[in-house]
Design a protein around this ligand. Sequence first.
Ligand SMILES: CC(C)(COP(=O)(O)OP(=O)(O)OC[C@H]1O[C@@H](n2cnc3c(N)ncnc32)[C@H](O)[C@@H]1OP(=O)(O)O)[C@@H](O)C(=O)NCCC(=O)NCCS
Length: 216
Amino acid sequence: MPSRLAPCSSSRTTIFARSNTICGTRSCRSGCSMPMQSIIETARLRLRELEPDDVTDAYVSWLNDPEINRFLESRFAENTMDDVRRFVGQCRGREDTQLFGLFAEDGQHIGNIKIGPISTHHKRGEIGILIGEKSAWGKGFGREAIAGLANYAFQDLKLAKLTAGCYARNVGSRKAFRQAGFEEKAIRPAHFWCDDHWDDLVLMDRFASQSTGSGE
Ligand SMILES: CC(C)(COP(=O)(O)OP(=O)(O)OC[C@H]1O[C@@H](n2cnc3c(N)ncnc32)[C@H](O)[C@@H]1OP(=O)(O)O)[C@@H](O)C(=O)NCCC(=O)NCCS
């Protein structure tokens, strides 16, 4: 990944991606392939790169809530404000990762979506998502966020392929990715120990060249 951070700090720009249309462009003078600060807008969500100051008690509580973290690795340790701020700062400092907060129309932070690690050599990136506000589940926000980030990744970052993985029993995640144009390509059996059972890993991907899915 060409440098996206320190050398370009004086030319921070915002990319607005509304549905499939990029309305602004990066103006980094040193050849960055990633913008310094990105905002992606979908029909009902604003995806904005998180800063450590965005971490709230509510955000920390999502990671420690057994109902929310049932299929997340965050369940194996108690997460503190310091841990989460450090994580957000590390993502912000990486050249191969962007962590976005998902903000609803009223400004409420309802979850996060991450792209990374990104490999520029292979033109691909991995997506992970967490909708932490349980009242926002099942309303299509997962699908919408994944589809919006995919459009950004293909159009702005010029990636060719996106990948994702989830627990086989995470029906909501599998459906949200599928509805955002991902296809399930492989199963890695008995990959996770969860709820006193083995669970499979489902590997999903979406190519820039394929149709967009129903999301955006
Ligand atoms: C999994 C998650 C991202 C899904 O997001 P979401 O916004 O709730 O999903 P959507 O509303 O876009 O739903 C997509 C489809 O899945 C269905 N769905 C969502 N959650 C479901 C669940 N728990 N069980 C069954 N179906 C579910 C929806 O009904 C919808 O299907 P439909 O259009 O046929 O009705 C979200 O619930 C979440 O973040 N959960 C906690 C963390 C997590 O598991 N993250 C994923 C790690 S890979």
